[in-house]
Design a protein around this ligand. Structure first.
Ligand SMILES: [Zn+2]
Length: 268
């Protein structure tokens, strides 16, 4: 095969060569992104209070310093304490549709700011619930990157180390998330799914089974079963996938569960 960008011969049916992959400036361009012209409107309407004035403990945040996220980020990064970072990252990623629970069908609208924000937030340490939430959301973005790198036809010599380093980053972020009791279980589920994204499917299924058999809420059970079925269907193990879905009570069935069922060849 040949690289679609430079035409060089590639190994293993890859369509992007190691060199061109290495030239990619924004890794998030690997993600399936949403052409979502409403995202900025949503940010202004839904998250405006937090993004503009936030639950600020210091008085240095006001409208005149800009409500535009890119400006806010620059301002925060250049401030000494960077103490507005947690609430900014948490609200911004939530506004872009990145939840605490990894869903797998997230569509991150293209914003150059997102990658620079992730890089900027990587080395900063804070205490508290908001940072744990922000970190969990960032971990989910990293996990999605891992999946795309492993799924797309990129030369393995480039994609495997890339996926490994982003999986490591995701785990560090989930570890921060686990500092919050309310997120402890959520990051365990996300981390189990990440194993599958990396190609370690059996390990992922074992981890999900372990979480399913431990004490957990009904809604979390549904989430875990959805993921189990998703992973099994991903592997072509459709009969097992449909079996897992049968344990989900009808009132908990949502569009994602219906979709997995469809993919696994079950009835709507
Ligand atoms: Zn190339």
């Amino acid at each position: 095969m040949a690289c679609v960008v430079c035409g060089a011969e590639t190994k293993g049916r890859a369509l992007l060569c190691e060199r061109c992959f290495g030239r990619m400036e924004d890794p998030l361009s690997l993600l399936p992104s949403a052409l979502d012209p409403t995202a900025d409107v949503r940010l202004n309407q839904v998250a405006s209070v937090c993004l503009r004035i936030g639950p600020a403990s210091t008085g240095d945040l006001n409208f005149s310093k800009g409500m535009e996220p890119a400006l806010r980020l620059r301002e925060i990064m250049s401030s000494e304490s960077k103490d507005q970072m947690p609430v900014f990252v948490d609200r911004f990623l939530a506004g872009l549709g990145i939840g605490l629970r990894l869903r797998g069908d997230e569509r991150l609208p293209r914003r150059g700011i997102v990658w620079s924000m992730l890089q900027g937030a990587r080395e900063i340490e804070f205490e508290g619930e908001v940072w744990a939430r922000a970190s969990t959301r960032m971990g989910n973005v990293e996990a999605l990157l891992v999946r795309e790198a492993m799924r797309l036809p990129i030369e393995r010599s480039a994609s495997v180390p890339f996926a490994q380093s982003h999986a490591d980053a995701a785990r560090r972020l989930y570890e921060r998330g686990s500092h919050s009791p309310s997120l402890e279980r959520i990051v365990l589920v996300n981390g189990a799914v990440l194993l599958h994204f990396q190609g370690d499917t059996e390990e992922a299924l074992r981890a999900l089974d372990g979480l399913l058999s431990s004490e957990t809420s009904d809604s979390e059970k549904t989430d875990i079963r959805m993921w189990k079925a998703w992973i099994l269907a991903d592997e072509g193990r459709n009969t097992e996938a449909l079996q897992v879905l049968e344990d989900i009570p009808p009132e908990a069935v949502d569009y994602r569960i219906r979709r997995v069922r469809r993919v696994a060849g079950g009835k709507e």
